[in-house]
Design a protein around this ligand. Sequence first.
Ligand code: ZN
Length: 189
Amino acid sequence: MPDYMILINSENKIPEGFLDTVELVEVENPEGSRFCVEKKTYQAFLKLQADIRENHGLEIALLNSYRTLEAQQKAFDHYFYKFGLAYAEKYAARPGHSEHHTGFAIDVSFLRDGKLTHGAQELLELDDLFRIVQAKLHKYGFLLRYPKGKEEITKINYEPWHYRYIDSPEIAKEIWERGICFEEYRQQR
Ligand SMILES: [Zn+2]
């Protein structure tokens, strides 16, 4: 069983061999693009998705999840060459330092008229909708990984769409109710 409580951030790199413990499944987003996600993370997402559909009439969809080191390098380089190092570090983790490498992190979007919203700016404009989803995350073992107001600690800007599976609704609930981020929770252990 993989360590679902693993902390990956600018100071903590994914350990070598970690992926050997992770079971990835291949899925497809509503627009037909294929990607991988960790198995239990995906099962928990499906429950969250059904809850949001039944209780709020909103259709959330997975945009992406697992990212290879090569893909992360590409994303980082893209920002670096376009906008410089400071910007790149704020918007794209360095390769090895993104929790997308675990398959436990998901980016979600809303499906409206058969189309998904992409792009950070467009997604930020849907903040009111994301807040409905965020309040339900802990029930299914997810965290809002980069909350507003915790940028100094997470070193990542607020991302209303990025959720992290930790396989424990109890701990997720505690973190949500106390209004702390994952780094703060881990520091107290
Ligand atoms: Zn993400």
